[in-house]
Design a protein around this ligand. Sequence first.
Ligand SMILES: Cc1cc2nc3c(=O)[nH]c(=O)nc-3n(C[C@H](O)[C@H](O)[C@H](O)COP(=O)(O)OP(=O)(O)OC[C@H]3O[C@@H](n4cnc5c(N)ncnc54)[C@H](O)[C@@H]3O)c2cc1C
Ligand SMILES: Cc1cc2nc3c(=O)[nH]c(=O)nc-3n(C[C@H](O)[C@H](O)[C@H](O)COP(=O)(O)O)c2cc1C
Length: 582
Amino acid sequence: MSRAVAIPNTAPFSEEDVELLNRVVGPATAVQRAWLAGFLAGVEQAAGTAHPATAAHSVEPLTIVFASESGNSEKLASDMARQSRKLGFRSTLIDMADLDLAALASARRLVVIAATWGEGEPPGRAARVYSALMKEGAPRLDGVEYGVLALGDTAYAEFCAVGKRIDERLAELGAKRIVARIDCDLDFAEPAANWIGAALEALTPPAAERSRVIEVDFSGNAAAKSNSGIVEAEIVDHVNLNSSRSAKETIHLALAFDGVVPAYEPGDSLDLYAENDPAYVEELLALTSLSKDDALRGELLTARDVTTLSLKTLDSYTALTGHRDVKTLIAEGQAREWIAGRQLIDLVANFPSALSAEQLRGLTRPLSPRAYSIASSRREAADEAHILVSAVRYTAHGRARKGAASNYVAERLKPGARVRVKLRPNRHFALPDPGRDIIMVGPGTGVAPFRAFVQDRRVTQAKGKSWLFFGDRNFTHDFLYQLEWQEALKEGSLTRMDVAFSRDRPEKTYVQHKMWDRRRELIDWLDNGAHFYVCGDVKAMAKDVRATLTRAYADVKSLTPEAADAAIADLERDKRYLQDVY
Ligand SMILES: Cc1cc2nc3c(=O)[nH]c(=O)nc-3n(C[C@H](O)[C@H](O)[C@H](O)COP(=O)(O)OP(=O)(O)OC[C@H]3O[C@@H](n4cnc5c(N)ncnc54)[C@H](O)[C@@H]3O)c2cc1C
Ligand SMILES: Cc1cc2nc3c(=O)[nH]c(=O)nc-3n(C[C@H](O)[C@H](O)[C@H](O)COP(=O)(O)O)c2cc1C
C-alpha cells in the first residue's frame, strides 16, 4: 500500500505551489515518487547545479505593495512575491487599498509597484491610502529599504506620475532607496521582469546575514509568460446597437471559442489584439518614402503602435533626424503642447525627413491589446463571450482620427473572421453573494459588465435585488440592449432601472442626476448591505458619481461633508464600492 505524502508548509515554495505539489505528490504511488526523485536528481546533476537537500526556513521579510486598476501591477506584484519566496524571502503582498500606513514603518524591505490612471492619478482603490501617504502625518520610514516599479503609458502627459511621486515621498519620509525606480510603458513585461530580478538581488542581504536558501527559479521570467493565454475566437455576431441616425457606433461582438473557452467570470475583461488601419499605415509609409517595403507594412499593420506620439517619440525623432524645428519645439518647452491631440503621422507630415525602415520601426512601440469588459455570463453564453465596443472617432488639428482597436472591430471585423483575445480577470469587480443587493452605474459601454451580472443572476436565480443606472445620448438612438433590460425587468432578474439620456432635453441629464433624484432609496439599499458598482468613463463620470453619492449621504443622513466622505471610504474598505473605469 502507498503512504500519502504531504509537502510541509516550510518547503521553499509559495502556498499555492505547495498546494499544487500536494495534489500531485500526495496521492502518488511509491513507484511514482521514486521515479520523480530520481528524475529531479538527474536533472540537477546534468545541469551541474546540485543544491542542499533541504532548505532552511527563511526569515527575510519583504513587503510588496501594489496600486493597480486593471491588474497589471497586481500581477507583477504577485509574480514578484512568488519569485521572492522561492529565493527565501518571507513576502507579504498587499493591495494599497488595504494598506495600513502605520504598519509600513516596521517593514524592513519594501517594494511598491504602482500604476498611474486618469490623468496622473492613482488607481481608484488605492486613492485613499495614496493621499494619506502624501499628507502630513504619514509615518516616518527610517530604516526601510525600498524600490519602486512604476507602470504607465508614454501616450499620457503625466507618464508614471504616481510611481514617481511615491518614490520621492518614500525618500522624504526617511526610507532608503536601494534600487533605482523604473518607469515602464505598456510593453512592460520584459523591463519589469528584469527590474524585479535586479530588485530582489539588491534587497537580498549579504550571505552571512541570511538563512540558507535554495536559489532555483523554475518559473521562467515574466516576459516569457506574457504571451501565454492568448486564444483565437470566431466572430459569430457583429451588431451596431445604435440606430443609423445616432452619432455613435457601439458594436455588440459575440466571440465563439471552438477550443477551450476562457474561464471568465462576471466583471472580467478580454484583451483584444487588433490590427491598425490600413489607410493610415499606407499614408505613413508614403510620407516616409517606405511604401515599397512589404515586410515593414505587415509589421506596422499587426505589431506596432503607429499612432501614439509621446515626448519620447519627439526625442527619438530629433536624435534620428536632427530636425531643427523639432529640436526648437523641445528646446522652447512647446513639445508637450504640440503633441496634444496629434499622432505619429503628424510628426512625419509636419517635419518630413527621410527614414529607414529600421528608424521608422524604432519610432513605434509594440502594439498593445485593448481591454473590453465581458458583457456575457458563461453560465448563459456557454462557449461564447460578448463584448461591447464603442468606435472612437474624432477630429483634431484638422485631421479625422480613428481609435485603432475600436475601429478594427467596428469597420474591419465581420462574422466569420477570427480574432486573438486573452482573458484579463478582475476579482475586484466580482458579484457578491447571490443574496446581496447590487446597484450598478454604467452609462455607455460601462453597461457591459452589468449585462454579464444580470445574466449570471438570472441563471443562478439569485435572490438579491438589482438596480441599474444607465445613460447615453438619445433614448431612441442610443439605448444599448434596451429590449434585454425590459425583458429582465419583466422576469425579475433586474429589479429596477433608471435611465438618463443627456441629449433628449435642452438641459443635460446624466446618471448622477438620476442617482440624486433617487437618493433616499439609494441610501436605503446601501444601508441594507447593497454593493455599489461603477463602470465606464474615468475622466468625468466616475468622479461625478462618487461626489453625488457623497452628497446623497450628507443630505439623507444629515452628515457633514467629512462624515459623508468617511461613509464612502467605509464602503470602499468593506469592498462594497467597486469600480472598473477607463
Ligand atoms: C479595464 C478596461 C475595460 C474597458 N472596457 C471597454 C468596453 O467595454 N468598451 C469599450 O468600448 N471600451 C472599453 N475600454 C477602453 C478600450 O480598452 C480602448 O481604450 C478603447 O476602445 C479605445 O481604443 P482604440 O484602440 O480604439 O483607441 P486608441 O487608438 O487607443 O486611441 C484612443 C486615444 O485617442 C485619443 N482620443 C480619443 N478621443 C479623443 C478626442 N475626442 N480628442 C482627442 N484625442 C482623443 C486619446 O489619446 C485616447 O487615449 C476598456 C478599457 C479598460 C482599461
Ligand atoms: C483610462 C486610463 C488612464 C491612464 N492614465 C495614465 C496616466 O495618466 N499616466 C500614465 O503614465 N499611464 C496612464 N495609463 C496607463 C496605465 O498606467 C497602464 O495601462 C498600466 O499598465 C495599468 O496598470 P494596472 O493594470 O496595474 O492598473 C492610463 C490607462 C488608462 C486605461
